[in-house]
Design a protein around this ligand. Structure first.
Ligand SMILES: [Zn+2]
Length: 93
């Protein structure tokens, strides 16, 4: 199975439990990605995340409708590249 197929299989299990999944556009490759986020509006998950499309690693902060991403800047030494991705469409409640 490819990385993307494994990711899709994981999302299927997530959706089956009624967990929330939102769609964002990844800044690394401009591709859309469905992301598992907390159902609760007050919750926040922090984790290391690998983009299944292009393999870029990000530190992620996942909230109900927003995903924050950060990584060492590939262009400026010592700088951090940060993005705030807002849910584009609701995939699952
Ligand atoms: Zn990517």
């Amino acid at each position: 199975m490819s990385r993307l197929q494994e990711y899709e299989a994981y999302l299927e299990r997530v959706r089956a439990t009624g967990s929330r999944v939102i769609t964002v556009t990844m800044p690394c490759c401009s591709k859309q990605l469905d992301v598992h986020v907390p159902n609760g509006k007050a919750h926040e998950w922090t984790s290391l995340m690998e983009c299944p499309h292009c393999g870029t690693f990000w530190m992620s902060r996942k909230k109900h409708s927003v995903v924050g991403l950060g990584r060492p800047s590939p262009e400026v030494e010592g700088a951090v590249e940060r993005h705030v991705l807002v849910s584009e469409k609701k995939v699952t409640a």
